[in-house]
Design a protein around this ligand. Structure first.
Ligand SMILES: Cc1ncc(COP(=O)(O)O)c(C=O)c1O
Length: 410
């Protein structure tokens, strides 16, 4: 029987997994990741040369990388460590684009040693790179001066952002390239995450075309990502990938015709591929009734799941132990000694102490942003593939907390 992609349709399964592995627990449904990958490929099937590079900062579990590599995905990496994980997952270095920001030239040198493609976002680094590696093709990240994205922390393409080389500095780029006879193989933009207004993507591609037309030997144009997924039932604030892909395909193919070459179009989705595949299971430690609020206090906090607190992100919360109970208002909070609210005044089926709650859209920027704050262990991770569960990361222990401590005797 084909499973529904939404695992909250299977409360018994989630309860069973919570008992088997304990909570807090991350669960990823690989079939959903695969579906998203195929949706992306199909939406842009009018493009002759298309590459999807998974932005692995969203979730770097080695097993997710290995499975995406098998599907044919390339990879977007932002640190030397992400490159190392990707190589361990058997990505061909030429399918990895390294797009760092404010890293040292030494980190970029190490990436060159590993043979990956380099994407530069700073004029000073561009000059140093040209001196060091006149024969190494490079990509250039342009700052298109577009304000987009669901939150100021994830709006990265505007004029005051630290990312990319300003669109107005393209003449400067040209000068450096000409003086050093460097081969620019691609141009890249990424304006932010959680973008549902397709106009932002269209503004971005226009700037890429304008920049690219003066560079005759390009291999690719990289549109970055920012596709917003649904965070609630009937969420209208998601990127409508089908109309967007039609418009982009049309514009891109016209550009290739004028340019005289079928350059590759690259996307580097993180959230689109993995967000909805993920579920975060927690148990309710306490119900705390105050004069204004009913709190449900769970066995987790922003140490495990920081998006609601850091980005004011909305994540649906369901009571798996009592899915059909009477709906009541709860404020779901963590156990960290700071305010860590997962959901404010949410309508959730009646909660009792000990109940299992599921926080949805937990596949992207959740585990990968977790920490040991309050000396708590990071949770385990489980992958579901065709209904079968696999432990893909063990829960931490005190040994993990203490292993790098050097005890001194004073
Ligand atoms: C350069 C770059 N590309 C791609 C992404 C992935 O974005 P998203 O998760 O919105 O798809 C990011 C996210 O921060 C990024 O910085």
């Amino acid at each position: 029987m084909k499973m529904n992609y939404d695992l909250t349709k299977y409360p018994k399964l989630l309860l069973k997994l919570s008992k088997k592995y304990g909570t807090p627990l991350y669960i990823y449904n690989f079939n959903k990741i695969e579906k998203q990958y195929v949706t992306m490929l199909n939406s842009f099937n009018g493009i002759k040369n298309l590459i999807i590079n998974y932005a692995c900062k969203a979730n770097t579990n080695l097993n997710i990388l290995k499975l995406l590599q098998k599907l044919g995905s390339g990879l977007d990496a932002v640190s030397i460590q992400e490159i190392e994980i990707a190589l361990k997952a058997k990505f061909n270095p030429k399918k990895i684009i390294f797009t760092p920001n404010c890293v040292s030239i030494n980190e970029i040198k190490n990436a060159v040693k590993l043979g990956v493609r380099i994407n530069i976002d700073n004029l000073s680094i561009l000059e140093q790179f040209c001196e060091l590696y006149p024969d190494y093709p490079i990509g250039i990240r342009i700052n298109p001066h577009i304000m987009a994205g669901g939150n100021k922390n994830i709006s990265v393409g505007h004029i005051d952002s630290k990312f990319g080389i300003s669109y107005y500095q393209v003449p400067h780029i040209k000068r450096i390239i000409k003086n050093n006879r460097i081969n620019v193989e691609g141009f890249h933009i990424h304006t932010g995450s959680d973008i549902y207004n397709i106009k932002s993507f269209l503004k971005g591609i226009k700037i890429l075309f304008k920049t690219a037309k003066d560079f005759p030997d390009l291999d690719y144009i990289n549109m970055g990502s920012g596709f917003r997924v649904a965070y609630k039932k009937e969420d209208i604030k998601k990127t409508d990938i089908y109309p967007l892909s039609k418009i982009i395909t049309n514009k891109f193919n016209k550009f290739c015709e004028i340019y005289g070459n079928n350059v590759t179009l690259i996307f580097e989705p993180g959230k689109f591929l993995v967000s909805e595949s993920g579920y975060f299971l927690v148990n309710v430690n306490v119900i705390k009734q105050t004069i204004s609020t009913v709190f449900a206090g769970i066995n987790s906090g922003f140490n495990h799941f920081i998006r609601p607190m850091f980005y004011n992100a909305y994540h649906s919360i369901e009571n798996i132990s009592n899915p059909n109970g009477l709906q009541r208002l709860y404020t779901v909070v963590g156990y960290i000694c700071e305010s860590d609210t997962f959901g404010l005044n949410r309508k959730i089926s009646e909660i009792h102490e000990g109940d299992l709650l599921c926080i949805k859209n937990a596949g992207a920027y959740c585990f990968s942003m977790s920490s040991n704050y309050n000396s708590r262990y990071r949770p385990s991770e489980v992958m579901i593939i065709n209904g079968k569960d696999f432990l893909i990361r063990k829960r931490e222990t005190m040994n993990d907390i203490l292993k790098n401590i050097v005890e001194i005797s004073v």
